[in-house]
Design a protein around this ligand. Structure first.
Ligand code: SAH
Length: 295
């Protein structure tokens, strides 16, 4: 075989090596290009945009609310313009009648579309004077209790609130109408997920939901101006006390030895001393998880 033919048929060792090297280079460049394109796409996909903020799960640690600008809630969702009369009546008859006076609380109760947090089968009773089932053996609290507890917190527009027991997300939404940011923890993961989705859908950009045991609070976001617990425990979790700011207020149901529950209001003074007061007998679902273990 003459030199020309060997070159043409690729059997020339020198030319063959060069061809193989060329193929390797091309393959390497193609892989590199693929990796670069893949990384670029995943970065774009993961980047939080404004409409995604407000929904945080423990598992999604990358979405740190610290790095996200907190926007106030907007009221663009159609649910806000539905059943306005029923909410006004609920506020008049169930809440003002029982002496809740804080105008911010009354306004929040008039605005938040409670029916959006209630299951399809409970729609008729959405504004009734009692708690309602939300699945997983849990309940959305009675409107008056939500208003009473919110008033007890004396919320300020700059406050950072921690809620233990997200449930439907309704109480968190009421607090988010007044305070700057609400961090809420729910131990039943499907409830945390559906509440987070609901709050996002309704435009509560300033509520951050996390699935987990609220016993431990949310150390990364501590200290909190106010803490609200909506599940009854036999003792007040120490991490919650530690995560309350001096000058802060905490309200939560506590169950005594005989099984009676009271809403307990705790204030922490500037020196860090606690002042406790039983404010009302109540009936809440139990707090589960760590708190059930003997201290
Ligand atoms: N705030 C709710 C009502 C909550 S009912 C609303 O507005 O709808 C109490 C909730 O506390 C339940 O959903 C229950 O699953 C949750 N819970 C109980 N123990 C908890 C814990 N250790 N940490 C976080 N949530 C808890």
């Amino acid at each position: 075989m003459n030199e020309k033919n060997r070159l043409l048929r690729g059997t020339c060792p020198e030319r063959g090596r060069r061809t193989r090297n060329d193929i390797r280079v091309v393959l390497f460049l193609a892989c590199l290009l693929f990796v670069v394109v893949f990384m670029a796409i995943s970065t774009i996909v993961k980047m939080p945009n404004d409409s995604e903020i407000g929904v945080i799960f423990a598992a999604e640690k990358k979405q740190d609310p610290n790095e996200i600008k907190v926007l106030p809630p907007d009221h663009n969702h159609p649910a806000f313009s539905e059943r306005i009369e029923e909410r006004a009546k609920m506020v008049r008859q169930q809440i003002q009648q029982r002496d809740v006076k804080d105008p911010n609380v009354l306004a929040a109760m008039r605005v938040v579309p409670r029916h959006a947090f209630v299951r399809a089968g409970e729609q008729r009773a959405a504004y009734a004077d009692w708690p309602l089932p939300i699945g997983h053996s849990q309940t959305i609290s009675q409107p008056y209790i939500v208003a009473f507890m919110t008033e007890a917190l004396k919320l300020d527009p700059n406050d950072k609130v921690l809620e233990i027991g997200t449930g439907s997300g309704y109480q968190a939404a009421v607090c988010a109408e007044i305070a700057k940011e609400v961090y809420t923890i729910e131990i039943v993961e499907p409830l945390a997920k559906s509440a987070a989705e609901k709050l996002k859908e309704l435009g509560y950009h300033n509520v951050f939901v996390r699935a987990g045991d609220g016993f431990f609070g949310w150390p990364k976001k501590a200290p909190f101006d106010t803490i609200i617990g909506t599940a009854a425990a036999g003792r007040i979790p120490q991490p919650l006390i530690d995560q309350l700011k001096p000058g802060g207020r905490m309200i939560l149901p506590v169950e005594g030895r005989l099984g009676f529950q009271y809403l307990v209001l705790i204030t922490k003074d500037q020196k860090g001393y606690l002042h406790k007061q039983n404010v009302m007998p109540v009936r809440f679902v139990p707090m589960t998880g760590e708190v059930e273990k003997t201290p």
